[in-house]
Each structure stands twice: as C-alpha cells, then as structure tokens.
Design a protein around this ligand. Sequence first.
Ligand SMILES: Nc1ncnc2c1ncn2[C@@H]1O[C@H](COP(=O)(O)OP(=O)(O)O)[C@@H](O)[C@H]1O
Ligand SMILES: [Mg+2]
Length: 334
Amino acid sequence: MTIKYLEIENFRGIAKGKIEGFTQLNILVGKNNSGKSTILEALAIALDPELLSEIIKRRGWYGLDTVLSIFRLRDDKKEIKISVDDRVTFIKRKISYAKDAEFLIKSYNFSEDMITLDSKTLKDERVEKHFRCYFDPEGKVHILHQTEPKLLSPNIIFIDSLSIYDKTPIDAYNSVFEHGYKAHERLIKVINTVYPEIKDIRLFSEKIGLEVIYEHGKVPFFAMGDGFKSAYIYLAYLMSIENGYILCEEPENYQHPSSRRLIVKGIVESAKRNQIFISTHSLELIDDILSEAENIDIKFFVPSLDENGILTYYSFDKEEAEFRRKELEADLRG
Ligand SMILES: Nc1ncnc2c1ncn2[C@@H]1O[C@H](COP(=O)(O)OP(=O)(O)O)[C@@H](O)[C@H]1O
Ligand SMILES: [Mg+2]
C-alpha cells in the first residue's frame, strides 16, 4: 500500500534518478527547477498510467510539441521508464496504426498529424496494463487498444492550482459525501481548528449552492472570502479519498497564512488515511507542518538535478528537520 521507492529515466528533466524511503507524509522541498514537480508527475503516472495525458497537458497545450516535452531533451527515441516498488511503466513514442488514424480522423476530426504514445505497465514481468494514446495538434486525446481497463491504484488525486479552480464548491462538497457523513464531519472538524464559529457547511440549493452555518445565522458560500473558498475545496480533495495517494503541488500557492494553516491541518488529517507527497518551496509551510504533525511519520526530500539530468537528493526525518531548518532556509533562499 505505501510506496517506498521511485525510479525515473528520461522523463522531463530527469535522465536518471531514484528516491527511496518514502513514508506516510513526504515533503519534496527545494528551489525552482530542482525536479520536484517532475517527481510528483512521475508518481502520478506510475500510480495510474492513464493520468499520462492529463500530466502532459497540465502546463497548458502548445501543440504536439507539448507531448514531446515529456521526453528528456525531447528525445523521443529513448523510452521513459518509471518504476515504483515492484511495478514498472514504459512510455514510448510509436507510429500510429493506419486504421486508428483513419478512425480518429473520421470520427473525431483529428487532423492527419498525430502523436502516438504507448504505455505498458509490468508487474513481476507480466503486463498489468497496456494502452495507446493519440494526440492531435489541438490537444484532443484518445486512448485506444486498452488492455482490460484495470485500475492499478484507483485512489489517486493530483492537486494543483488548476484543479482547485476547476472544481466548484458543490463538486467539492459532493466528493466528500461520496465517502459518507464521517468524511464531512472530519472536514468540518478541521475547519473548526481555525474557524471554531462555523457549525456546518450544507447544500442550500443548486442555484445558491452551499451555505455556511453559524450559531446565529447562515452565510451563502459564495459570499465567503476567496482564501476560505479555495481552502475548502483543497480540504474537500484531501478528505475525498481513503487508502489512496495524494499528490499536492505547492499547496502554499495563493493561500493566505490562515488558509495555509487550515490546509496543513487537512494534509495531516488526510495523511492518517492516505500516503501524501507534497512539493513546496515555502519555509512557512514546512514550519506549519512541523508544528502540526505529531502522530504521523514525515520525511523530507531535497532533490537536485545536475546539467546531465542526474537526480540526486538528501532526506531527513521530522526530528532532524528542526536542526536542518537553517540549512533549508539557505537552500531555499540562497
Ligand atoms: N523535456 C525536458 N528535457 C530536459 N529538461 C527538462 C525537460 N522538461 C523540463 N526540464 C527541466 O526540468 C526542470 C524543471 O523541473 P521541475 O520538476 O518542474 O522543477 P521544480 O518543480 O522543482 O521547480 C527545469 O530545469 C527544466 O529545464
Ligand atoms: Mg514545480
């Protein structure tokens, strides 16, 4: 269940590298361009190879070159290899099957140009999942030739600023309720640590949306502050899965200090039920996590990428983090 190990070859900026010793809550910390996001993206693909097209498009769509940019130095002759524990996924560029191309052009208005990627996941040398995805110049994607659509790790979410703005508060509310009232209660309990005056959050109507219940009255959710709203959606993502994996890209982005603390409380609560990986370059976020996380195992990983794309890192645990704070500060701000 808990991933311990990740190995990456030829993916984005990483020519080669491995990271070992993951625990419940893993914090990838480092300056810009040190490989943090690439590590999160590699984990996402390893856990659910079908996230590949989302991962490719998450930085935006810039034509077919966007697809090639996942290969290191755009060298699509070399395959990408991502391993976690005993499972390995290979991603290769392939020539499109003529009959697929014809079908996509006819049925989905694909243009003649397209890029085909082939993803194969093996476990103990047996194929667990195999599919091809086709990208056209407008960014339309189709997955064809799937092996039985078997979910390798059904419970995985990747949270970045885009996913926060993609989801409406009602979607967020409903995704929590998919896990029952207990999950909603946990969410309110987390909110109460920073906003004890909030009694509940409920669905008022499809038109008005959610409302926030105080002891002496109600406020429509849309009238709450922006920081609170995005923190609520973030918390809802964190509470919406169990026994799964959550990948959080720079949770500090666009957050006010009080909503940052709220999100940290949510991360710590969610880490009791899920394995979490966070990327950050915020010392403040790290301080918040250190002061909140008493009963969970935390490990920090500081990656760096050299000019040949070799990924190295050092790691340390919670106790050591207190001593290393100065060093981290120099690393982040230096
Ligand atoms: N296809 C690629 N080939 C070579 N280097 C790449 C490629 N894609 C991204 N990079 C490099 O990877 C680095 C960005 O990695 P990233 O994981 O986004 O960093 P971080 O999240 O730590 O800021 C940059 O130095 C960039 O030049
Ligand atoms: Mg990044």
